[in-house]
Design a protein around this ligand. Structure first.
Ligand SMILES: *Cc1c(COP(=O)(O)O)cnc(C)c1O
Length: 397
């Protein structure tokens, strides 16, 4: 089979530099040299999370582990949590909170929209006794390709004078879409290695504010593997309470070097450029709809695409895989069979995305979906040509 790039929204394609960086012999995680690797990782992760006052933890795990770490370290069973559900990932974090015994006020929102700021404002203003301890927001709902306004969530909390902590699922946004932990007053920020960090799955990366660290001292949920406290004791010297994912740290070193060398603003702009090409293909080329209902919700890391009524999006995915060795993201639960997803997060080029768009066209045509061959590709091409670096003027000879 060909070694095609994958077009799923996580794991992303792992850049060669990162793969090579992880090809290292095993080493002693208690050696005096180990902190030379780990301490700079903590410092550089803080740059990516944009926090100076907070602390960043790395747990072996995936994003789900990061959700659990955030909740169990800082809350007690029975605590009131405000959250909203508009896709599979925002749903799963609510489910985790409920299984941990939280009393969740879950606002259901149409899939295709994001965090409902007005409803949040209303609930927070009505909560005069400040019983709500946590406000959850999924910054980028990967199931629908919807990005929410986290600065806006902070604003409604401040306007209501509400002291709850702000918890952000940034698994498919941090390191690819603008995120500002300190400026937005985010208390818990969750990410994972296989999305914006372009690495294999294996690290849950969690940013924690001083306020959240303070709350963790009295929070009563049980935690052991995900204990902030145990991490704090050893992390300060560059060590871990149990065997860390050493190999991953080398990958993370390479990923952080790439991200910081490019500059975060350039990384975000690149994701926007790549995403917009896909959107042009879907909307202008194919004449289809995105799951994201309005441009303000458009995600720069994943596009969820509605196939026309009467066709099965799951079939597009299965044909693409069988016939062309291409992988697209499936529609999850509520939108299963209705959408397929093209992931454009991590390091993916215009040309790779054009091939992903072309493959989707082929698979759609194979099952009779009326799309004109090359229509999406042509629309995306025009965007990528316009946005590419200016043509260098040849020096006169
Ligand atoms: C991928 C993802 C998760 C879950 O992360 P896992 O690594 O699969 O555990 C959570 N939230 C969002 C928004 C995601 O995209």
């Amino acid at each position: 089979m060909f070694d095609n790039p994958i077009f799923i929204p996580g794991p992303t394609n792992v850049p060669e530099a990162i793969r090579r960086a992880m090809n290292v012999p095993m080493e002693d995680q208690r050696s005096p040299k180990f902190p030379e690797l780990t301490l700079p990782l903590f410092a550089d992760l803080k740059k990516v999370f944009k926090t100076e006052t907070g602390q960043v933890f790395m747990f072996p795990g995936s994003g789900t582990g990061g959700w659990e770490a955030a909740i169990t370290n800082t809350l007690s069973p029975g605590d009131k949590v405000l959250a909203s559900r508009f896709g599979q990932f925002s749903h799963l974090w609510i489910d985790l909170c409920e299984r941990q015994g939280m009393d969740v006020i879950a606002i259901d929102v149409d899939w295709g929209e994001g965090v409902p700021l007005e409803e949040y404002a209303r609930v927070l203003e009505d909560d005069k006794n400040h019983e709500i301890k946590a406000v959850l927001a999924c910054q980028n709902e990967t199931a629908t390709g919807v990005t929410s306004d986290i600065a806006g969530v902070r604003k409604v909390m401040d306007d209501a004078g509400h002291p709850a902590m702000l918890y952000v699922d940034g698994v498919s946004s941090i390191a690819s879409i603008d995120f500002r932990m300190d400026e937005w007053g985010v208390d818990l920020a969750v990410s994972g290695s296989q999305k914006g960090f372009m690495m294999p799955t294996g690290l849950a990366i969690v940013g924690v504010s001083q306020k959240a660290l303070e709350a963790s001292k009295s929070a009563k949920c049980n935690r052991c593997f995900f204990s902030f406290d145990d991490m704090i004791k050893t992390n300060k010297d560059g060590y871990f309470p149990y065997t860390p994912a050493t190999t991953q740290f080398y990958g993370l070193r390479a990923a952080l070097d790439m991200l910081l060398a490019e500059g975060l603003d350039n990384v975000f702009a690149r994701h926007n450029r790549m995403a917009e090409g896909v959107r042009r293909a879907v909307i202008d080329g194919w004449g289809f709809k995105l799951a994201a209902k309005e441009p303000k919700w458009y995600s720069d890391t994943v596009s969820a695409i509605y196939v026309p009524e009467g066709f099965d999006a799951a079939q597009v995915i299965s044909i693409a895989y069988q016939r062309y060795g291409l992988s697209y993201g499936a529609g999850l639960t509520k939108v299963a069979g209705k959408v397929f997803r093209i992931g454009h997060l991590g390091l993916i080029s215009e040309i790779q995305l054009l091939s992903g768009i072309a493959g989707a066209e082929m698979a759609m045509r194979d099952i009779g979906i009326p799309v004109e061959a090359g229509s999406g590709v042509a629309a995306a091409e025009e965007h990528y040509r316009q946005m590419a670096a200016p043509i260098a003027v040849a020096a006169a000879s």
